[in-house]
Write a new protein. Structure first.
Length: 235
């Protein structure tokens, strides 16, 4: 078993606060979507918004109520149609585009990290390298699933065409997201908290939140290009 850095109590308290706020934000969005009835016209966004809140926290909550709720069915019915995506700012469109692969990455990373932990997996003697391999694999698969349920309904295309379009749209996006996530993980596991935080600590997952935010930003230029060449839809 690899040695670990055990964070002090004050840092763990901050970690638990960060996670609690993020989960509370995700819960608020879920309550607004389901019990309150503000379901998105594109159903996959009912999942994307709360999952995004797991790492963006209050920023995701603000974005949902400021922008995301406008594409819910009750608001569309009240305002007489979907808002025109061409009127949205570039960062708005790019943020929604990144949120799809980000949601896949979030679920993939959570599943992969705990799977690697449960099986005590290592590559070249390092648990971190096994984390990278599993994170990328599950994030890619789930990212394509999320993207498929965006592209296929909007383009009204068949299953095979939809899967291929999702693979084209999300592969580069996922790689760009990991380009920020993986170095962030390496920094906090190998440099800041060497020889590495245990995954059973709140501090580990708080640092993962920060690494995923970094991945969100590294994925934005690629997503802007994917939208521009119409490999991704302008939402």
């Amino acid at each position: 078993m690899e040695p670990h850095y055990h964070p002090p109590d004050w840092l763990e308290a901050i970690g638990w606060f960060s996670l609690s706020v993020a989960f509370a934000c995700a819960l608020v969005i879920l309550i607004d979507v389901f019990p309150h009835g503000y379901r998105q016209k594109m159903w996959i966004m009912n999942l994307v918004y709360p999952i995004t809140a797991l790492y963006w926290g209050p920023a995701a909550l603000w974005f949902y109520f400021r922008h995301g709720r406008r594409t819910s069915r009750p608001v569309i019915d009240r305002e007489g149609g979907m808002p025109d995506p061409d009127r949205f700012s570039g960062w708005n469109v790019q943020s929604k585009a990144v949120s799809h692969c980000g949601a896949g990455c979030t679920l993939g990373d959570i599943g992969a990290e705990w799977l690697a932990f449960a099986l005590a997996l290592t590559i070249a003697g390092k648990a971190l390298f096994a984390d990278f391999a599993l994170d990328l694999t599950l994030a890619w698969v789930l990212g394509i699933v999320f993207q498929y349920f965006t592209i296929a309904p909007m383009r009204e295309i068949g299953r095979a065409q939809g899967v291929w379009a999702a693979v084209k749209a999300d592969t580069l996006s996922i790689l760009a997201f990991q380009l920020g996530l993986f170095p962030g993980m390496w920094v906090y596991q190998e440099l800041i908290f060497s020889p590495g935080l245990p995954k059973t600590t709140a501090t580990y997952w708080m640092m993962m939140q920060l690494a995923m935010i970094l991945g969100f930003f590294t994925a934005m230029p690629v997503n802007a290009w994917l939208v521009r060449i119409s490999w991704k839809e302008k939402m």
